[in-house]
Design a protein around this ligand. Structure first.
Ligand code: 13P
Length: 332
């Protein structure tokens, strides 16, 4: 483990006013989004769409790293340039999602455990040779009367620790992504309680396992009311509760914190991040790592008119720019 390499990578990834773009939807998830918009679900269509995302001009002004899926990290443009080489030539860090998805955990419906530790060391060697400097592992938590159970939180935390250590042994920065899902009828207070408990367990497990905390990035969900709750949270409420939760449960020496958009409306995700930065100085770099909240306008436009790649790329870069402004509290 080379701590300087890890720290320098987290610094480049969290450089203000940039954020990370997630384009690591699994084939299944990508196909579902394509189907909704009437796009053919072939490997070539996925490649064509990802080419648009990777080659967008000037995106590097707002984006420090792209998180890719295994299929994407191996793909090239129509005229044969490797996506990874294009990203590197723009100074964008190449990231790779390395978990292989979730499965049911234990006997309580709704608890999920993330898989992907098998062969992880070999896969990391390969991704490193392709130029990856960071990785991502996502666990999900459903909020209900009985979930997530403490055993489930602990089991996911153990996997985060094993994954993070393996990444760091390869000098690859691990993004640790515990996502408390926004689906459900829970209040913002309930989301706070679960997020706080989970982060507390995740960080004590990481520390105990010897993970180098300045060499990781936390990718978290915001503290926010469930989508079906009767009263939706305002940006001020989200900002206040999220910052309190992070200040109380995340070590101040962490390499950086980024947010997923997690099914929030695009504008809402931007406003919420902006509201956090209006509140003043923070103890860690705090920015976005959105997938949908940045890709949505571009994907819809391209699905409707695949020939107009320039328009889709313009919409993508504009969405990245809006979130870049929010990451310094200057979004209006
Ligand atoms: P969303 O912003 O669409 O939630 O995607 C981010 C991500 O990487 C989820 O794992």
């Amino acid at each position: 483990m080379n701590k300087d390499i890890l720290k320098n990578t987290t610094k480049r990834l969290s450089a203000s006013p940039k954020g990370i773009l997630a384009i690591d939807e699994s084939t299944n998830t990508c196909n579902k989004r394509f189907e909704k918009l009437g796009v053919e679900t072939t490997e070539e269509k996925r490649r064509e769409y990802r080419e648009l995302l990777v080659t967008a001009k000037d995106i590097e002004k707002y984006i420090s790293g792209y998180i890719c899926f295994d299929e994407t990290v191996r793909q090239s443009t129509k005229d044969g340039k490797k996506f990874t080489e294009i990203l590197k030539s723009k100074g964008i860090e190449v990231g790779i999602k390395v978990d292989t998805g979730t499965k049911d955990f234990g006997n309580i419906a709704g608890d999920k455990i993330t898989e992907g530790l098998e062969n992880l060391s070999t896969r990391l060697d390969e991704y490193k040779n392709m130029g990856a400097t960071f990785a991502k592992w996502r666990a999900i938590y459903n909020i209900s009367e009985v979930t997530p159970s403490e055993e489930n939180i602990k089991a996911n935390a153990e996997s985060f620790a094993k994954y993070a250590l393996l990444c760091q042994e390869h000098d690859i920065v691990p993004i640790v992504e515990p996502e408390v899902l926004i689906d459900g009828e829970h209040s913002i207070e309930k989301c706070y309680e679960i997020t706080a408990k989970n982060l507390d367990i995740v960080f004590s497990t990481l520390k105990l396992a010897g993970v180098f905390i300045p060499g990781i990035i936390l990718k978290t969900s915001m503290v926010i009311a469930g989508k079906s709750f009767s009263r939706q949270s305002t940006p001020e409420e989200v900002a206040e509760m999220t910052l309190k939760c992070l200040k109380e449960n995340v070590p101040s020496g962490i390499g950086g914190i980024v947010f997923l958009s997690g099914g929030q409306e695009d504008e809402q995700a931007t406003q919420n991040l902006n509201a956090m930065h209006i509140k003043g100085e923070l103890p860690w770099p705090l920015t976005f790592s959105y997938g949908r909240a940045i890709q949505n306008p571009a994907l819809k436009s391209w699905a409707k008119n695949p020939a107009d790649v320039a328009l889709a790329q313009k919409l993508l870069v504009e969405a990245a720019e809006r979130n870049s402004l929010a990451s310094v509290g200057k979004y209006k």
